[in-house]
Design a protein around this ligand. Structure first.
Ligand code: ADP
Ligand code: MG
Length: 240
């Protein structure tokens, strides 16, 4: 579904990604972890073309992301992305947040978009809040709306960039529970997170990054049993 082949990227003269390769099969949950500044956000953003890269190739469902002929907006519409800071539209109601992309990007009717949006809002347990505005919800609730909004677009895969790291501790689980449910239903997911409980529960593979390199890319059990690299061992020792 997603394949990165020797991807390198520079910001000016600073190389942020060096020959990064990994792949995500349909239905796989791949957790990406590593120290702050190691390039996790940059890597995940290259997958849906939010960050250009200078070397290597990325294909998503057979489409080459780096090919100038590729319609990136069309590709992005098929990949759900959830960020650290929710990024809901503050001036739109929850219902409008859920429908605007479906209407403007997918060309769905308002009725169809509303039906689908509310179905996912219900699924994340927030149907009763449909007429509120984002500012009236807690961080955890806003992040669940952001996930429902992404799902409303019928994505072929979901990318998450530290979806719980801006949340108060008591709200982390309500978001992780939604993500665990998605994983168990077979959604293809690439998740940047330090929540190793989540990784242990649902990840198929763990990618560990350090200084722009993919240092480890292995089966979950292998990663937790004994990471091969000292850097990954140090990292795990610090966060668990
Ligand atoms: P992570 O998500 O693992 O914390 P990032 O991908 O955000 O790491 O950043 C990797 C490195 O790239 C960091 O050193 C960061 O300072 C640098 N970086 C990120 N975005 C930019 C940018 N727009 N311009 C220049 N450097 C950047
Ligand atoms: Mg980051």
């Amino acid at each position: 579904m997603i394949e990165l082949n020797n991807v390198s990227k520079w910001y000016g003269s600073f190389q942020v990604l060096t020959d990064c390769s990994t792949s995500v099969k349909k239905g796989d949950v791949v957790v990406v972890c590593g120290p702050s500044g190691s390039g996790k956000s940059t890597l995940i953003k290259t997958v849906n073309g939010l960050e250009p890269f200078q070397k290597g190739t990325i294909t998503v469902d057979g489409v080459s992301v780096g090919d100038p002929k590729t319609n990136l907006s069309k590709l992005r519409a098929r990949i759900g992305m959830v960020f650290q800071n929710f990024e809901l539209f503050p001036h739109l109601s929850i219902r409008e947040n859920l429908t605007i992309g479906q209407i403007k990007v997918l060309g769905r009717s308002k009725e169809e978009a509303t039906e689908k949006g509310l179905k996912y809002l219900d699924r994340v347990g927030l149907l009763a809040h449909k007429d509120k505005f984002p500012g009236q919800l807690s961080g955890g609730q806003q992040q669940r709306v952001a996930i429902a909004r992404a799902l409303s677009m019928d994505p072929i895969a979901m990318l998450f960039d530290e979806p719980t790291s801006a949340l108060d501790p008591e709200m982390i689980n309500e978001v992780l529970d939604v993500m665990v449910g998605l994983a168990q239903e077979g959604m293809t997911m690439m998740v940047v997170t330090h929540e190793m409980g989540f990784a242990r529960k649902v990840a198929n593979r763990v990618v560990f990054m350090d200084k722009g390199l993919v240092v480890e890319d292995c089966a979950k059990d292998e990663f937790f049993a004994q990471p091969r690299s000292e850097r990954a061992r140090d990292f795990l020792a610090k966060i668990i």
